[in-house]
Every structure is written in C-alpha cells, then in structure tokens.
Design a protein around this ligand. Structure first.
Ligand code: ADP
Length: 333
C-alpha cells in the first residue's frame, strides 16, 4: 500500500536508511522539537553527562527513528535499536540494558507495546541506571541489583496518551511531532531528488507535497514511484508524470490511503456523516481503534474532513464534497 505510513519491505527500509538526515541541521521542519532537542543535547554536553530521556510522539513516518539516530550522532555515541513488541519479558529488556556502553542511546520504538513487567524494570533503569534481577523461584527467590552504564532512552510512540503515567513521567522531555506543511515536504522532496539524481521540476514537487499525507516517508515513497514512471515512459519528472503515476497507484488528490477512504466512506454512508463514536467506526471498518485514533484520525482532522465533538466524530461539508456525496435529510449536520 503506497500511502500506508508504516514502512514495509526490506528494500524500502534500505532506501529510507540511505535518505535519513544525519544531523539536526539537515532535519527538515519540526522547528520546535528541533530547537528543544538541540538545547537538551548541548546542555548535557557542556556538563559532560548523558542527555535526559526523550519521548517522541506522533504518527508513523514523521521522523521519530531519524531523530533517535540524530541524537546518537550529535552526542557521538552508539545507538541501539529495539521495539516494544520485541520486549515481551523482563529478561529481554535486562539483556539489552546490561549490555549498554556508557552514554549509549537506546531507541525503543512503539514503547507503549512493551510488556508490563519490562516496563517496571525500565522505571528503575531510567531513574537510577540500575535494575534488580530476580534469581530463583518461590520462597528462595532473591533479587540482585545490577548497575548499568548511564544511557539516554529515546522512546517513540504513536500516541503518548497510551503510555502509563509512571513511564511518561520519567522522560525529561516529550516532543510532539506534527504533520509537515507543504513547503517543508517540498524541501524533503528536493533533497531526496538530489540524492536520487532525479531531475524534477517545481510543479511536480509541489503536486507530490500536496498528496503525501503530510508525511516525509510517504513523500519519498511517491517520489520513487514517479522516478520509476519517468524511467519507464522515457519522460521527464514533470507535473503530468506525477499525475499519471499517482493515478496509477490510486493516490487521490488529498493523498488519502485506502484506510482513510474506508473510514470516511463508512462514516458518510453508514452513519450519515456522524456523530459516531471512534470504537463503533473502528469496528465497522475492521481496524483497531488505536490505529484509527493514532494514525488515521489525526490526519483527517488536520485536513478538515473530520471534526471531533463531545458526541463523536462528524464529517465536515468538505468531506461530503470530496467524496461526491450529498448529506442525507436525516444527517445531523
Ligand atoms: P518514524 O520513525 O516516525 O516512523 P522515520 O524516522 O523512520 O519515521 O522517517 C521515515 C522516512 O522519512 C525516513 O526515510 C526519513 O529519512 C524521512 N524523514 C522523516 N523526517 C524527515 C525530515 N524531517 N527531513 C527529511 N527526511 C525525513
């Protein structure tokens, strides 16, 4: 799925890896978060200590992994990558934590999906750079304290609201990543085009920027398909090429993906435009409520197709227009 914000194949991961900015100054947009991170890293450097733990919150594809890599790069320390789903037992986490070198940056993606017992171990590790290892079972069980090297945890989550409070409170700093605006996406695209050696004009770049769901990962992915299209059809990467390539891949004028579309169509057709509760909507399209709330809804709200009301989600007049439907008499709008 071309506009699915999560990365998929190995080839895609390799492509993304090659495109990742290496330093904060190369990182496009998110100027608030960038300034805050810069201060945090510089201050820690001046005091010769590890930077505070950092929580990065926001939808997929906005640069959380990239920022974790940049923190490691800017502090000159190695980076260890893992994810919440990979940590199902406290022992999994103990193995990672006990092997960290001083100052190492530990990135835990999808940190809200870590197992509970591991979470509790992480509290102590974050606070005191220490863990307690349980040995033995039953009455004879004892815990042995283990000192850890000081490290910086960078946690990523699609929604900070999903984290238990004690975990959230142990981060020194939370950055909320926002969808990118079009000029920023154009900057990302020009940079990627340069790296790919692709000759593309400004109107073509602007068209992709308007149809990538405000997400650099999707912008880069669409650009790659445009490059393929230009290559195969022997044309330039101009506006017509972009339009043809995006039409071929079923990316609509707003860049909505299949899930966005099924959520919107479900809302309009089955719930007369709402108000409808998020979990009802999720069930009706066969998706997890968490995905709808953290990935789909933020973008649909941002582009003005949905509003949140105390009684549920409501489709806006722009949504009815975009999907070429007329509000029914019984609709509540
Ligand atoms: P996340 O971890 O939030 O899912 P990633 O850090 O993996 O997102 O970013 C996905 C892709 O988008 C990477 O290839 C990265 O290079 C690119 N990207 C993300 N943010 C930026 C940015 N601010 N500037 C340039 N490229 C970016």
């Amino acid at each position: 799925d071309l506009t699915n914000p999560a990365a998929e194949s190995d080839a895609e991961l390799a492509f993304e890896g090659a495109l990742r900015p290496r330093s904060l100054s190369e990182f496009v947009g998110q100027s608030k978060a960038r300034g805050q991170l810069q201060l945090l890293i510089t201050a820690a450097g001046m005091q010769n200590r590890t930077p505070d733990h950092i929580l990065l919150a926001g939808p997929p594809g906005l640069g959380k992994t990239t920022l974790a890599m940049i923190v490691a790069h800017e502090t000159g320390k190695p980076l260890r990558l893992t994810s919440g789903p990979a940590i199902q037992h406290a022992g999994d986490l103990a193995a990672v934590l006990s092997s960290l070198t001083p100052g190492e940056v530990l990135f835990i993606d999808e940190i809200h999906r870590m197992a509970r017992p591991a979470e509790e171990m992480l509290y102590l590790a974050m606070e005191d750079f220490r863990i307690d290892i349980m040995v033995g079972k039953g009455a004879g069980a004892t815990s042995i304290p283990l000192e850890l090297a000081p490290f910086t945890l960078v946690g990523a989550t699609t929604r900070s609201g999903l984290l238990p409070n004690p975990l959230r409170d142990r981060f020194g700093f939370t950055a909320h990543l926002e969808f990118y605006d079009e000029p920023e996406l154009q900057q990302v695209l020009h940079r990627t085009a340069d790296m790919l050696g692709l000759d593309i004009d400004g109107r073509a770049v602007a068209e992709i920027a308007g149809r990538c769901r405000g997400t650099p990962r999707i912008a880069n992915r669409l650009l790659r398909r445009v490059r393929d299209y230009a290559l195969v059809h022997g044309g330039r990467a101009d506006l017509e090429t972009v339009q043809a390539a995006l039409e071929l891949y079923d990316v609509d004028a707003l860049g909505l993906d299949r899930l966005d579309r099924s959520v919107m169509e479900g809302m309009l057709d089955r719930f007369a435009g709402g108000p409808v509760g998020l979990s009802t909507l999720a069930v009706s399209v066969g998706e997890e409520a968490e995905t709808i709330e953290s990935v789909v809804e933020p973008f649909l709200v941002r582009i003005g197709l949905i509003t949140r009301t105390p009684r549920g989600r409501v489709a806006t007049p722009a949504a009815w227009r975009h999907f070429g439907r007329t509000p029914s008499q019984h609709g509540s709008t």
